[in-house]
Design a protein around this ligand. Structure first.
Ligand code: ARG
Length: 467
């Protein structure tokens, strides 16, 4: 509950003309959005300045009134920025808080600002501007995360680690290649962000309540002044559309899912059992009872933030799904979801960028693990196809017998004596040992997008140029 509740029963000064009394206290509480939409103050003021300037340009208000309005709005902007503005819950939202203050500052001219617009197109504008800026910020942050991965990939283009499927050792890969998998994921997130900016780059202001307006406004002028590509084309859709917010949340949910998978890997890799990475002190915590512990809390919280983001996406989809056109007050509930998800996403990307840059990679441990679990079995099968002319299915079978033998002897494939291998298939020669090492295994996988260090370096160069 906001702390500015006063029990006045006078009708609202912005829309109270046909109301005899003010709202019930509960009505005021459920109706007010100022507690969260005050975040939109800068966008609201920018939008109003552009609107007033256009109204004067079109001769709808006088230049004198426009000057007063712009001056007053700039005063309000600095009042809010410096913390010298008193927000009132009775005035419901940011739009009416700003306009009421403008009336106090400049008098009757303030009443002309709301000509040819409605809070419906006003809020659509403010929120779009906010989401656009947030998307631009997300784009920059993802670029930072991608850069962190590119640096680690370059450093570890040759470091061998086990590649997994089903979290069972599958085939050796390089850590650089694994890092580049995340570059692909976050690169896709970044291009989704760029597309979303293009989608939302249309100006809602001038759609008015839902039907447009009879005043001779110039929507192209306001669109340009506010940095939009063009005005929206349908006034009904304009005030009832929140796709831009839902797109932001979908992108955040997908990026969050990627961040969470990475978080999960970091949690696993940093256990003493795996020991692939060591987190820096800056991104881990200790235990109050177990002195030996170093916990990957930041990674765990990134994993958990994803849950919040998913919740926000589902909440807004659910808020919107039953609404008839055009605006309904339900839509006021859009902002908190987006603000909360944006905060979570920013934190998660920042924490991950720090962790990725700071963590120490235990290459010896990774390499040892890469060689265990018969990870070069596929290489043996491929050798039998290539050098002994076996069909792949037969080679698979022969290799399976070699793995079973090694398992029964408790050794690696490379440790089986040649006589053992030849007993399984007479065409095996001692040349086979060349492909049974993890280095030879990764170096051989030169197919486009494969794990060979030469391929990984090509992909790093591609992404560095792509930006
Ligand atoms: N605070 C409202 C919102 O966030 C502004 C729009 C109100 N429009 C209206 N017709 N009551 O959605």
């Amino acid at each position: 509950m906001a702390d500015d509740t006063t029990d006045t029963k006078s009708s609202n000064q912005m829309w109270g003309g046909r109301f005899a009394s003010g709202p019930d206290a509960i009505m005021e509480e459920i109706n007010a959005s100022i507690g969260f939409d005050k975040k939109l103050f800068a966008q609201d003021i920018r939008g109003s300045i552009a609107h007033a300037t256009m109204l004067a340009h079109q001769g709808i208000i006088t230049t004198d009134d426009k000057d007063k309005i712009v001056h007053g709005l700039n005063t309000i902007l600095s009042e809010i920025e410096s913390g010298n503005f008193e927000f009132s819950r009775q005035l419901e939202d940011i739009h009416m808080n700003v306009e009421a203050r403008l009336a106090t500052l400049i008098g009757p001219a303030a009443g002309r600002l709301h000509t040819a617009r409605s809070r419906n197109d006003q809020v659509a504008l403010d929120f779009r501007l906010w989401v656009k800026e947030e998307l631009q910020k997300t784009e920059r942050m993802l670029t930072g995360l991608i850069a962190a991965f590119l640096d680690r990939a370059e450093e570890h283009a040759e470091s061998v680690m086990p590649g997994f499927t089903h979290l069972q050792t599958a085939q050796p890969v390089t850590f650089g290649h694994h890092c580049m998998a995340y570059v692909e994921m976050f690169g896709r997130d970044r291009s989704r962000v760029r597309h979303a900016i293009e989608h939302l780059d249309e100006s809602p202001i001038g759609a008015a309540a839902l039907a447009g307006t009879g005043y001779p406004i110039d929507r192209h002028m306001t669109a340009k002044a506010l940095g939009f590509r063009e005005p929206t084309r349908n006034s009904i859709d304009t005030v009832s559309d929140r796709d831009f917010a839902i797109e932001f949340l979908s992108i955040a949910a997908i990026a969050g899912m990627h961040l969470s998978r990475l978080a999960e890997e970091i949690v696993i890799w940093s256990t003493p059992q795996f020991g692939f990475v060591r987190l820096s002190d800056a991104f881990s915590t200790g235990s109050s009872i177990m002195p030996q512990k170093k916990n990957p809390d930041a990674a765990e919280l990134v994993r958990a933030k994803t849950g919040r983001i998913n919740g926000s996406l589902v909440a807004l989809l659910t808020i919107m799904k039953g609404l008839p056109l055009a605006y309904s007050k339900d839509m006021q509930e859009d902002k908190e979801q987006v603000f909360d998800a944006a905060e979570s996403l920013e934190l998660a990307i920042a924490a991950m960028t720090g962790m990725v840059r700071d963590m120490t990679i235990n290459t010896a441990r990774m390499k040892a693990a890469a060689g265990s679990g018969y990870s070069t079995a596929t290489d043996l099968a491929d050798w039998l196809v290539r050098e002994a002319g076996l069909p792949f299915r037969d080679a698979h079978h022969v290799t399976g017998r070699a793995v079973a033998l090694a398992e029964s002897k408790g050794c690696d494939l490379a440790e089986l004596p040649l006589s053992d291998l030849q007993a399984i298939h007479p065409d095996i020669t001692d040349k086979v040992y060349d492909v049974l090492t993890v280095e030879a295994s990764v170096a051989s996988r030169k197919s486009f997008g494969g794990t060979a260090p030469s391929e990984v370096r090509k992909q790093i160069a591609f992404w560095r140029a792509r930006n």
